[in-house]
Design a protein around this ligand. Structure first.
Ligand code: ADP
Ligand code: MG
Length: 224
């Protein structure tokens, strides 16, 4: 599903690359945890998968990355949106409209989908994330865990093959974090969705995942 081939990337203005000669394969249906200390390159690695790196950040890149046969470096986030769902650490930053249901429909409206299909996709995503009861709510009234599940539902409406989450539980209390992680396990098992999640605390996530990629940082090679 995903292949990094000797990928090296340096942000503009940085002296050294944030990812060096990274080669890695991730199977379809895998639930992978990307771990490592702050600044080790976890977010950077995730950003390569939907083309935010280099499309949004600039910088210099060599080598290749493929996701489901496509090159995010060539296509950019827009060209990858139907394959890769990307959820930010702070769901707030991701919300566009106020009501939960409208938020879920937003990306679909932009794609000009048939209204009947759109309705169906929104219902499926509400169901998958177990948030049907929240459909009429304003996102500003939701708890942290509810917000994170709405943000995940909003990318699931596009029926991605790969779901990427950058420290999705870092701002949640332990119970909300567990709810979000349980939901991800369900998506992984029920839909065979490939999930890649970064986290700097091992204990919270380790029991849920298939494999761990450890980025030590400081120019050291990654461990799988
Ligand atoms: P992590 O997510 O593991 O904390 P990052 O991927 O955010 O690590 O950062 C990896 C390295 O890239 C760090 O040295 C960081 O300073 C650098 N970096 C991250 N974002 C940028 C940016 N927008 N511009 C320049 N350097 C950046
Ligand atoms: Mg990060």
């Amino acid at each position: 599903m995903i292949r990094f081939d000797h990928l090296t990337y340096r942000y503009p203005g940085d002296d050294s690359p944030s990812l060096s000669d990274l080669s890695l394969e991730i199977e379809e249906g895998e639930f992978l945890l990307v771990m490592g200390p702050s600044g080790a390159g976890k977010s950077t690695l995730l950003r390569c998968l939907n083309g935010l790196v280099p499309h949004f950040y600039g910088g210099t890149l060599s080598g290749h990355v493929w996701v489901d046969g496509r090159e995010p470096v060539v296509l950019g986030p827009k060209g990858m949106a139907d394959v890769v769902g990307f959820v930010l650490q702070d769901p707030e930053a991701q919300f566009v409209v106020d009501q939960v249901e409208d938020e879920l429909a937003f990306a679909l409206e932009n794609q000009g989908l048939d209204p009947v299909i759109m309705r169906k996709r929104v219902e499926e995503a509400l169901d998958q994330l177990n948030i049907a009861a929240l459909r009429q709510r304003s996102v500003s009234t939701l708890s942290g865990g509810e917000r994170q599940r709405v943000a995940i539902a909003a990318v699931m409406t596009l029926q991605p093959q790969v779901l990427i989450l950058d420290e999705p539980t870092s701002q949640l209390d332990p119970q909300a974090a567990e709810e979000v992680l349980d939901t991800l396990v369900k998506l992984n098992q029920d839909l065979g969705l490939t999930i890649i999640l970064s986290e700097h605390r091992l204990e919270r996530v380790v029991q849920y995942v298939d494999r761990i990629l450890y980025l030590p940082g400081e120019g050291q090679p990654p461990l799988l």
